[in-house]
Design a protein. Structure first.
Length: 506
């Protein structure tokens, strides 16, 4: 037998054996599986329904089939959304009444995009109109006498209230980019390090923020300690370096006990930074005090491998993982012809989302919900640090990372809305996967449990609380037919090049 034929034979035999092993566990699911509805995004189609598909008895197993195992459930999903930064809230607030109401309905209503896990900022981030905290003072203010959230009352709180009115189940979490400048060694919100002597007053600052927002009708469901604990971004915008020992001390001795004493139900998430810091997350959760008070870990995708989340899950399976910022890293060889186009790179975004879900994340929150056509408001500067300056146009970027473009772009003069590739990728999850859905096992014959796929097609499966099933397929390569296996039933799905598809059945 020729080597190529031998390899093909053993690959097919292995695929058949794996499929049969799964089949014995999931036959009951297959017996009751109904017609499969399908929605696709490719070429000029955007989350458009296609002709329903039907399960058929398996006659032959493809060597690259995908076996579905709804009985093998994993984490419970919280949801999907994007960040309601100062910049995003400003852009949304500038849209005239009826148009703004229609767009907000599209973004947040449960029967529309249904964004339900969104991030806010505790003070200013880089995507803001000015640098500010809730206690700006030239002098130390440990009693927090100058504390005020008045800045946020103008347009941030109104947008958050409207979003939660449209979706009462909207889960909001907030991240600080920096404590007030007087709490830091450099006495600036730009770069620098928090002082140990500031940890106690900072815990009261965080609690005052949570209580003030709640008093305005916008309770926060979770808080992270610091956006990106391990960088100062050269002081280009609000940031703060936190030593591992300081984050441990802050949670264990200050914020955790203070929030418990105040009966504050807001969850605490640590790290809020990149996958390559999985060792730090394990070290912090190894502290009994941090383990007691922290609900889980917030993650970004700008460095390291997505499997870092699985490393932490394996060490602390009772602690949750939440994806809070970032996305696929673009570049040559990372996808098809549209892989670096901000408007059409939906396949890499969905492939990335599948990998995040497969590595135990309970939620996916993308970066800015909305920015203008220049990728602003934005106060960051490359190589300089200038506080309190007007925002200037900033070039938009491709699909990789947080990106200069919003999930949607709203033009300043006309308020025309353009929906990005991120928007359409997100729709394939947020419109179909309900809160409380359980991720279930989907095995490509060459896949590992954590990595989505070594090929161009990636996949993730969910079982909704109502019993319906959802599978999201991303194809960043050329046109391909894939075979899904459910017990002794099979489904053939044609995937165009550079496409995302959602399949749903009961």
């Amino acid at each position: 037998m020729a080597n190529s034929s031998r390899r093909g034979f053993f690959k097919a035999a292995s695929a058949t054996a794996a499929a049969l092993a799964v089949s014995s566990r999931v036959q009951a699911w297959a017996d009751t599986a109904g017609p499969v509805r399908i929605w696709g995004t490719f070429r000029d189609r955007r989350h458009v329904p296609g002709e329903a598909l039907a399960w058929k008895p398996v006659t032959e197993v493809s060597s690259d089939a995908i076996a579905l195992d709804p009985a093998a459930t994993r984490q419970e999903m919280l949801g999907f959304g994007a960040a309601l930064t100062d910049a995003s809230c400003w852009v949304l607030s500038q849209i005239p009444g009826d148009d703004r109401a229609a767009l907000m309905h599209e973004l947040f209503a449960p029967d529309e995009m249904a964004m339900n896990v969104c991030r806010t900022c505790t003070g200013s981030s880089d995507y803001a109109r000015t640098v500010y905290s809730f206690d700006d003072s030239d002098q130390d203010d440990p009693e927090l006498k100058k504390f005020s959230i008045d800045h946020d009352k103008a347009y941030i709180l109104p947008v958050l209230k409207d979003a939660r009115k449209l979706n009462p189940d909207l889960f909001l979490f907030s991240s600080p980019w920096s404590p007030p400048g007087w709490m830091k060694f450099n006495r600036s919100m730009l770069g620098g390090t928090i002082k140990k002597s500031s940890l106690e007053p900072y815990s009261r600052y965080v609690l005052k923020f949570l209580e003030a927002y709640k008093a305005e009708g916008v309770a926060m469901d979770a808080i992270t300690i610091q956006n990106e604990v391990d960088t100062t971004v050269d002081g280009r915008y609000p940031s703060c370096l936190w030593a591992q020992e300081d984050e441990i001390l802050f949670v264990r001795a200050h914020l955790g006990p203070l929030m418990r004493k105040a009966n504050c139900p807001t969850k605490i998430w640590i790290l809020d930074h990149n996958f390559n810091l999985w060792g730090r997350a394990i070290a912090e959760l190894s502290d009994p005090g941090v383990y007691e008070y922290a609900d889980g870990v917030a993650w970004h995708a700008y460095a390291g491998e997505v499997t870092g989340m699985t490393q932490v899950h394996n060490a602390f399976p009772q602690k949750n993982a939440y994806f809070t910022e970032g996305g696929p890293r673009g570049g040559p060889g990372q996808g098809g012809a549209s892989s670096n186009n901000r408007l059409t790179a939906w396949a890499p975004w969905a492939e990335w989302a599948n990998s995040v879900v497969r590595n135990w994340a309970r939620s996916i929150t993308m970066w800015n919900v909305a920015l203008d056509e220049h990728g602003t408001p934005y106060i960051g500067r490359r190589g300089t640090a200038v506080p309190q300056v007007p925002a200037v146009p900033r070039p938009t970027v491709g699909a990789g990372g947080g990106g200069g473009g919003g999930v949607i772009t709203v033009e300043n003069a006309t308020h025309k809305v353009t929906r990005s590739a991120r928007f359409w990728a997100l729709a394939h999850y947020s419109k179909h996967v309900r809160r409380g859905a359980k991720v279930f096992r989907t095995d490509g014959m060459a896949d590992s449990a954590a990595q989505t796929s070594t090929g161009a097609v990636s996949h993730a499966g969910f079982r909704n609380p109502d019993g319906s099933f959802v599978v999201v397929l991303s194809n960043r390569g050329p046109e391909k037919r894939v075979q899904l296996l459910l017990g002794s039933s099979a489904l053939d799905v044609d995937l165009p090049a550079d496409s995302v598809h959602t399949l749903q059945w009961s």
